[in-house]
Design a protein around this ligand. Structure first.
Ligand code: HEC
Ligand code: HEC
Length: 366
């Protein structure tokens, strides 16, 4: 805005200068008896006036007339971290869609109010919020976010041995991470959660996984993860919020968690993603203790693996896993229950070292 103002000021100075000089030239030429070229002076004055008029228009007209409208969908470059679309962009949806997406976001944020033991829609879950594990409503880089959900589902998953829709995947978390009951896929609430996922995925091409989506992969330790060391880390770095008994703490209302539980009856069950050591370690490395980020972690890799081993060796709800991993060879190296397609013992699949298992798989592949 300052550049046109400077030009405008300069044009005004030139205009006044021309007036004065013309006046003087006219007087001088009249005195000397030389004819004064009034035509030319009128033209130059006209020209300068036109410039001034143009500039005033530029300054007075609404600025956005000259700027392209903001994009209605987010776009991502392959090498920048996915942060989720700005909620301001919700304004580009029609009212009904906007309300649905906002409701979906609210369900992810305050899950317990709707589906917890005293939930207003139905008491389906253990009282945790999706957001306890999918941070910032599923938008934090490496915060187990939903950046790749809409672009990659439906997809084949080894755990079920079938092509899963996004709704089925959401229900996996209801049944495992929230140790609860699946949500009716035709319900308004499921539609809202999916609308929110779809909106989060706007601007991401099919099959594309934006950088920073999901959980970070840590390098394997070359020793088994150590529960004794993990217990010490828990006491030093986790206990202040998640409590000595691992049960977390409620907010003043008594229905939502201020600090969610890490084990025991109200935590995720043995079929949940976090029960795999690599998922837990990757999640805490980039996110815990609260305040940690991928750029500024507060745990070393070793601490993350060891505290994962400690927490996942505590008691938690059971689940019948007999239908999981129908193809035994498709089990991840850190699935803690046999049978396995290799000869490594179950304890090594639980605590590691996982490197030799991964290595053996590579060489045994035809
Ligand atoms: C106790 C932690 C926890 C809670 C609570 C939780 N999830 Fe998850 N969720 C996970 C983990 C762990 C994964 C798997 C991440 C991986 O394997 O990389 C996951 C994966 C997902 C995925 C698939 C992501 C992808 O990119 O493939 C969706 C969708 C999802 N969760 C939705 C939900 C919804 C909706 C809720 C609430 C109703 C919820 N989750 C509650 C831990 C949790
Ligand atoms: C300053 C408080 C604080 C500390 C310290 C802390 N956490 Fe958390 N933790 C939280 C909060 C709050 C959440 C839920 C985040 C949300 O809802 O946005 C959480 C969520 C989690 C979750 C996912 C939800 C669940 O309950 O399963 C895990 C796992 C976890 N923390 C592990 C740890 C570990 C391991 C440590 C120690 C290395 C730790 N936390 C230290 C506050 C803390």
């Amino acid at each position: 805005m300052t550049a046109p103002l400077i030009v405008l000021f300069a044009a005004l100075v030139v205009f006044i200068y021309l007036l004065v000089v013309d006046e003087a030239a006219q007087v001088l030429s009249e005195r000397a008896g030389i004819p004064f070229n009034e035509e030319r002076s009128r033209w130059t004055r006209g020209l300068v006036l036109a410039v001034i008029g143009g500039l005033v228009l530029v300054i007075a007209l609404p600025k956005d007339l000259f700027e392209p409208p903001p994009p209605t969908v987010a776009s991502y470059t392959a090498d920048s971290l996915w942060l989720g679309p700005d909620t301001l962009q919700l304004a580009y949806l029609d009212d009904e869609r906007e309300a649905l997406v906002r409701y979906g976001r609210e369900l992810v944020h305050n899950t317990s109010a709707y589906f917890g033991p005293k939930g207003s829609v139905a008491p389906l879950t253990n009282g945790m919020d999706c957001e306890n594990c999918h941070l910032d409503a599923g938008t934090k880089p490496w915060g187990n976010n939903y950046g790749a959900v809409w672009s990659t589902y439906p997809k084949f998953r080894e755990r079920s041995g079938a092509v899963e829709t996004a709704a089925k995947r959401v229900n996996d978390c209801f049944e495992r991470s929230l140790n609860g009951t699946a949500l009716d896929t035709a319900s308004h609430e499921m539609k809202a959660i999916l609308a929110y996922m779809e909106w989060l995925g706007s601007g991401i091409k099919p099959k594309q996984k934006p950088k920073g989506s999901g959980i970070v992969e840590l390098a394997f330790l070359d020793r088994p993860a150590d529960t004794t060391n993990g217990a010490a880390i828990y006491t030093a770095k986790c206990v202040s919020c998640h409590q000595a008994d691992g049960q977390g703490a409620f907010t003043a209302s008594g229905t939502a968690y201020q600090y969610p539980p890490l084990w025991g009856a109200h935590s995720y069950n043995i079929g949940a993603g976090l029960y795999r050591l690599s998922r837990f370690a990757g999640y805490v490395k980039a996110n815990m203790p609260q305040g940690a980020t991928w750029e500024n972690p507060l745990l070393s890799d070793e601490e993350a693996w060891d505290v994962a081993a400690y927490i996942n060796s505590r008691q938690r709800p059971d689940r019948d896993l007999s239908k999981d991993w129908p193809k035994v060879a498709g089990k991840p190296v850190d699935h803690p229950f046999g049978p396995y397609a290799d000869s490594f013992p179950e304890i090594q699949h639980k605590f590691g070292p996982f490197g030799p298992i991964a290595e053996a798989r590579k060489t045994s592949k035809p």
